[in-house]
Each structure stands twice: as C-alpha cells, then as structure tokens.
Design a protein around this ligand. Structure first.
Ligand SMILES: Nc1nc2c(ncn2[C@@H]2O[C@H](COP(=O)(O)OP(=O)(O)OP(=O)(O)O)[C@@H](O)[C@H]2O)c(=O)[nH]1
Length: 330
C-alpha cells in the first residue's frame, strides 16, 4: 500500500494517513536513502568539512563556502541564495556547529520543495489510464516497469500497452518486465500505429476489468512534429474508449540531464499536456537539488522518483522524506 494512498480508488485513498501507510511500505526510507547517497555525501560531507570540532564563526567567507556547496546540487542560484540568507539571518556573527547549519538548510530546502501532495488521479470506475512520455533515454520503459511493480504491490492489476512501436527493443524489454511482474501486455508489430496499440490496451483493460493501464510511447522531442501529432492521436483514441482518459500523462525526466534537459523537456511537457513528473536516475547524481528548479520550471508535481535500475527502485516523491534522506547520517 502506498503512502497517501496513491494508486487506490479515491474514496479509499482519502481515508489513509501518511503514518499508517509509510509503516506498511518496507524499505521505503532505506531505498530513498541509498538512492540519494551521492547528494547526501555532497551536502553532509562537504558542509561538515567546513566546520571544526569547536564550531565556526558565521561570516561572509563561511556563507560563500556554503553557497558553493549548495550550487553543486543543481538547485540554482536563487534557492541557494535563499538558504544562505536564512543562515545569515539566523546565525551571522555567531559561532555555530555543523548540526545547526544542516538543520537550517534542511528546513529551508524542504520549504523550497513543497508541493501539493497530488496522488495519481485514479478513475472513479473502470481502469485508470496512464500515458508515459519523455525524451529518448530518459528512463520511460524502466519507469513503467517500476510503476507496474508499484501498482501490483498495492493489489492492482495492470495492463501494459507497448506504444513504443518505433523501437523493437522497447517492446521486448516491456514484455520481459510484464512476464516477471505479472502484468498483461498488449503490443503491435514493429512500426505499427501506436494509437492502435493504445486503443487495444484500453480495450483489454476494460475487458479484463484491470485497475490500471499504462501506455509506453516512443521517445521524442517537442520539435519532432509527426511524433507530437502521433501523441495527440493516442490521446484522442484513448478518450474515445474512456471519456476522461488518459487520467494522467506522466513526463519522465532524467535528473542527470541538468538544466539543458529541463529546458528541452519544458515545451514538450506543455505540448503533451503532462500532469506530473517521474524524475529518474537520482541515484546517479549528486545533483538532487535539481528538484527545486524542476518544480519551478514545469509547474507540475513531481509524483515519483527513480533511484536505481530495479523495479523496486521507485518511490513516490515526498518533500519532507526527500530532505530527510538527503541529510540522513551514515
Ligand atoms: N541508475 C538508474 N538508471 C536508470 C533509472 N531509470 C532508468 N535507468 C536506466 O536508463 C537507461 C534508459 O532507460 P529506458 O527505460 O530504456 O529509457 P527510455 O526512455 O525508455 O528510452 P527510449 O525508449 O530510447 O526513449 C537504462 O539503462 C535504464 O536502466 C534510474 O532511476 N536509475
């Protein structure tokens, strides 16, 4: 069962508290902690290194050094300045210990990451249809495997639509995951119309009374007009089968792609009418602070984060848990 009841029918989700569900999701904090190891090392170790056992005077020099560490997490100059200003306001001219500063940074960072805790929008009845989009190599197929595992773990049945008919390997990869994870898969011939795969996947979802239908799409750029038209067609076809479908359009973003990756995906996200973000590969980078500019640029909730290559390496994004993991000791 997921925290905040993600992935459950709405009325059930509303009745589930965070404490109740976190306790039932084994290894959640452990996985998150391990996944954020690189960012954690940068923040904890590098900031601790600025201090001596007896503490350090908070002066301009220390503030600049802290700013330099924060910037390396890719949070952007604005947020790093905001954190620096708060340290200055609270501690300037005093001798402080590392823990005081770390606590201060953590509080401000968690403020910067706050967002509405929007769960996956589940259909009131019938299957919930999720379209997964993104640029090439962002981790769409892997994220679909992870989402499948996540939904199945919560007792939902899943149908997958192998809508990336452009890349045969994507269908093969998804087929292997479907078999391993216990999901049904609907696929098409290589090069066939992805909209027809989407249509058949929802049809299968309806016939088999599935809880969730997740549809893969080929990686694309906003500039690739025909691929964007193809995405529109997929949406239209889904809407014909189930009026509100797709209930979610998740944009998969690679956390290691940096600011460039963000601007590349931005226009795309608008064109595809995305409803939320899955941020992948956070384990591969010390730039976990990138969540802050991503939230700001896309104006979309980060719904899930990927912290590894295995199907279990996905957690829902919770700003407080994320910040706790970023600063956990050990
Ligand atoms: N370390 C790590 N690797 C990941 C994560 N998510 C995906 N990957 C890896 O990223 C690579 C690309 O992932 P895919 O899922 O194939 O990406 P895709 O977006 O489907 O790719 P295209 O179909 O080419 O557009 C693979 O080697 C994945 O194992 C993650 O959270 N952490």
């Amino acid at each position: 069962m997921g925290i905040f009841g993600f992935g459950k029918k709405k009325e059930e989700a509303d009745n589930t508290s965070q404490e109740e569900t976190s306790a039932k999701e084994p290894g959640f904090f452990g996985r998150l902690g391990m996944g954020l190891e690189k960012t954690r090392r940068l923040l904890n170790t590098d900031i601790r290194d600025l201090f001596k056992a007896e503490g350090r005077l908070v002066d301009e020099e220390l503030l600049d050094e802290i700013f330099a560490v924060l910037i390396r997490t890719d949070m952007g100059a604005g947020p790093a300045n905001q954190i620096k200003d708060r340290i200055q306001r609270d501690f300037r001219g005093r001798v402080v210990h590392t823990e005081d500063i770390l606590k201060n940074i953590q509080d401000e960072l968690s403020n910067l990451m706050q967002q509405d805790q929007e769960p996956i929008k589940m259909a009131a009845e019938g299957p919930t249809v999720i379209l997964v989009v993104g640029v090439n190599g962002a981790g769409k197929t892997t994220s679909i495997a992870k989402l499948t595992r996540w939904f199945i773990d919560q007792g939902n049945s899943v149908v997958l639509g192998a809508g990336d008919t452009f890349r045969a390997a994507a269908t093969e990869q998804l087929t292997i995951w479907a078999e391993r994870l216990g999901a049904t898969i609907v696929k098409g011939e290589a090069g066939s119309d992805p909209a027809s795969v989407a249509f058949r996947a929802v049809d299968e979802g309806l016939k088999s009374n599935a809880d969730v239908v997740i549809i893969d799409t080929a990686g694309r750029l906003q500039t690739q007009k025909n691929l964007m038209t193809e995405l529109d067609k997929m949406r239209r076809v889904l809407g014909k089968k189930i009026e509100e479908a797709p209930h979610e359009v998740l944009l998969v973003l690679d956390a290691t792609a940096g600011q460039n990756g963000i601007s590349q995906a931005k226009g795309f996200s608008e064109a595809a009418q995305c409803t939320g973000i899955v941020l992948t590969k956070l384990d591969g980078t010390a730039k976990g602070g990138v969540v802050v500019p991503i939230r700001k640029e896309f104006q979309l909730p980060v719904k899930f984060i990927g912290v590894g290559e295995k199907p279990e390496d996905l957690t829902r994004f919770d700003p407080q848990a994320f910040c706790d993991a970023m600063f956990a000791e050990g």
